[in-house]
Design a protein around this ligand. Sequence first.
Ligand SMILES: [Zn+2]
Ligand SMILES: [Zn+2]
Length: 224
Amino acid sequence: MWGRKSEEDNLYHELLELLQEGCGCLLCTLEERYARKYLEMMLYEMVNDIDTRKELTLSRGCCRHHAHLLAGMGDGLGAAIIYSDQVELFLQFIDREAEAGQRGAAKGISTRWNDHPECPVCLREREAGERFARALLNGLKKTEMRNAFAGGTGLCVSHFLRTMESVKDRGTRDFLFTAQRTILQSLLADLDEFKRKNDYRFRHEPFGREKDAWKRAISMLTGD
Ligand SMILES: [Zn+2]
Ligand SMILES: [Zn+2]
């Protein structure tokens, strides 16, 4: 029980710190951080772990996003071990297909290759994401967390909608609508100011906080 409590406390403080640092969508940031940690663990400790390799074999490796994240982590050997399996699998697959399709076209070949369980990192990231969203909702019962959230850049559209789906109490629901609304209005004002300063008549005016408004708008709509 104590362990669970302190885990909740740690998560609460991690959330609070990220919001106070200014992190873009809090839930995107936490999920990405989690995915990196998971991939690191997979690379450094579990590369020769039978169950993990089997799971990766069944899922045909990672999804595009997580495969590229893995590629950027600089562990060539770990990636080589995991992806040797994948290259071998694809080779066996096209051999089987070539054999089976001798008398006809390769119709349905994409479906046959793409029919597999989900990327293991996506799967765990989603579970972790639900935990993060619950921690945020719990945290928002406190003024400290509410102030940090209101001072931040809000949630991306996808995380905002998903979080709203699981809000249980009216107070948090109203707070989130109001805070997100205020953040959106301020973003819109920054976008207007950015556009105005791009007008040749005002080009001599230096940029302020609106300089990255377009980046924040893209992040807000599509996630980080
Ligand atoms: Zn997000
Ligand atoms: Zn994935």
